[in-house]
Design a protein. Sequence first.
Length: 196
Amino acid sequence: MSDFNTQIYTDPHTKIEYEVKYWYDQGHGAPDTEFDSHGHILLLDFDPTDPKEVEERVSQGHPLFSEEFAMRAPLMRLLSEYRFGKNAKWYDFVTSMNIATTEWGVAPEKAYDAAEKDYKYLRGWYNDEWYWIGITVRRADESDPWHEVDHTVGGFESLILDNYEDKMEVLGEMVLCLESEIRTMKHKEQLSLPLT
């Protein structure tokens, strides 16, 4: 867990200052392997946008490479270079548009935009345009008896650092969680009332 940035966040309500550490979260991998809610991705050892290569694969009779595949192939987009053995990851745009309407609940006329957004999001991760981060918050005052207590969460997109509102919302939630943990530690004997 290596920190890449530390800053002070002041809670707008209590005016308490918090030390915020941002760190590279290497416990998360590619978004398409972490979550199911993405388009259709294929590992291929050839370029599906090259008609000669597609024709050669279709003629070999492999069940994956059919005439239907040949029709989708020209619209496939490279997601990641050949770094998976001899394979590259390709985004199957046509199938992903179908997934957008059948699984994501997108209206058919918006399927193209949804698939395009998904592709750019995934491609951004593979191109190192964004990465996973973790955030740790603690009270900044070192004389505070609860200074050593922290709240840590990983799996945030580094993109939140570029959006002030998103970042402030996340930090506000992190501080609420930290303060809740501190209250629980302060009042260990206090029973929690069940939610009804």
